[in-house]
Ligand binder design. Sequence first.
Ligand SMILES: N[C@@H](CCC(=O)N[C@@H](CS)C(=O)NCC(=O)O)C(=O)O
Length: 204
Amino acid sequence: MKLLYSPGACSIGIHVILEEIGAPFETERVSLKDGAQYQQAFTAINPKSKVPTLIRDDGSVLTEFPAIAYWLANTHPSAKLWPAGVEAQTRAIEVMDYVVATVHMQGFSRIFRPSNFAPSAADEEKVRKRGLEIFENGLAILDRALTGKEYAVGPFSVADAALFYIEFWRHSGKMELPANLALHYQRMLARPAVRRVLQKEGLA
Ligand SMILES: N[C@@H](CCC(=O)N[C@@H](CS)C(=O)NCC(=O)O)C(=O)O
């Protein structure tokens, strides 16, 4: 399988999952800042123009963080990255969906690409500000949910890889993480798989 990723993008969470699994995989860097995701070579694989994109060994393509995470964890059960039992599985989906659909897509995307949301250039600052509020509120909610826990749902799981990418963004933006997320981020950074990913993506 091959992961199409961009250094430090949300694809870093899937990169972590692949390293944690330890099965062979290839990677291909996609330069989002150069617009490579809109070029034919990329859209022929993923017309959504997004990373993470996973090309499986049979040539089929998977997109969307939670779907890729689900498939990887469930096709590599020995890595134990999918929680056991319906309750924990449901909670893991809940965390991933909130990270991706709200904190990332509604919050961070407004901060990073205000022009995609603003009716005119004059509105971009308001859009960015609203994005920051959504992002901050999301972090606060996720922080409270981590109270007294080492990982998002019992032992380390795919949900932690989703939390990791927004923690990484916040941290690399030189902004403080709320206390429980800060501890979770440190726990993530202590994992050899995470360290390897940061090295491979040129972010260490
Ligand atoms: N809903 C998608 C979101 C993926 C996404 O927005 N990826 C960003 C990078 S963090 C991207 O590829 N953006 C390129 C663009 O929109 O031009 C998922 O869950 O994978």
